[in-house]
Design a protein around this ligand. Sequence first.
Ligand SMILES: [Zn+2]
Length: 500
Amino acid sequence: MAANPVVIIFGDVDTSFKLLFRKLKKLAIKLNNVSMALCCGNFFKRDCDEEWNEIKRGNLKAPLQIYILGPTSEALKKFYPDCHEMTDLAERITFLGKSGSFRTAEGVKLVYLSGSFSASKRSDLTYSYEDINKVTKDTLKEKPDFLLTWSWPHHFGQLVKTHPEIKYPEIASTFLFSTLGPQYHIAARERKLLEVSAQRIYKDGGNAGISRFIGLSNLEVNANHDWIKALTVTPTKSDNTRECTDLIPLHLNDIGTFMANQCHPTVKPVSMDEKRFAKPRPYKKFEVKEHKCWFCTSNPNFDKHMVIAMGDFSYLALAKGPLTQDHTIICSVEHIASMRLAEEDLRFEIERFKLALREMYENSVTIFFERVYRTCHLQIHCIPIPNVSTTDIVSSFKILANKYGLKINEVLDTKMCYMTLKKDDEYFHVDLSEGHELIIAGNLERLFPLNFGREALACESLLNIPEKLNWRECEQTKDEEIKIVETLKKKFQKFDFTVL
Ligand SMILES: [Zn+2]
């Protein structure tokens, strides 16, 4: 029987191809049975034209077969004659294609998705639902040996918390890791080394083996050897199919459902309703016209003087009729109804705002709440409360929920628990601290109390300002608002990531 193949993996090739090839050659000599190399980062860089031409002319040769992913920026597109189809770019250097799966001559099964995920479109630089659908369908019955993506998963297995050091987490990548259950999932976008293994338990309690995630750093001259790894692979056999009776049919309409799937106590394989899954749906249209919406920056009457910081997808502003001098709101730039419906880049930026505010109010408990009941534009309120404990806040919300006959759930070890809801569900969500949330969910027959969040925090045991319950009674003059915004701008300056 032939020995198991050894596969070499690496991320961004920041320095020269010469250095890479030298290293690959050395490894191929040192280790037996090296069969191929996989690059899940940027194989090319902006100014590598000269060396690439040397390779194309045949003056510089890859010592073994290298499979690479597609471009991740406009500048790198020129190296690919086609950003979608599998192409041999030079001798022993093959671009895998936009997405797909295939088994190499050595029996190693690869699944790959090029670029980053976009819920709205498939492009030269992005993959979308149809790609996820394709690879999931292809590998439903057999576990791949390698899954290659550029971005790291948002989280791993049942751990819903994002790894604190991940800058560009993707839920799509999480979904692929959890659903395909590859022996190895490799990704490179964060440019650092991380190895995570996750035991996969199916719903019936059966063990479906271990999946490992490996985040790769970039190739650096004189660095230690952490940027490259050699793995011995026991290829899954094509006839060794997974037990399909365990599959639970789920309709995965959108990225949010991926998250919902993750929040289930057991990580389970899924099948997909192809038709619904393949086509991204446009956001639900809301009644309020954008030009009339207070929170849309495109509205000519938008209150610019309320803005404290402006990001790419969201902004931080003083709240109208604020509960305290530090009561702010984070809103989306575009007219989007809720966090539940937000695209990942927007959600990600809002998380950065939250983090910055928590740092700014480090001596307080900083509460964020979102009320999605007959609202049309995403707004998250931020109110720091000094000298209280999270427990006091939880009990205040519980007491108030009880008063209004609402069912409130306290969720621990979670993040963005509203992602488990259906797209059109209404909810009230409180983010108390990292991994600690409260949620009231479900559409109500009557109107959800308008000032619910304010009421919970204004109470005697917390801010003790019951007279400020109604925002209309707290409205200020424009001059007053300008003054507070100036103060907040100064305070936020040190934490403002939007100016970088
Ligand atoms: Zn709006």
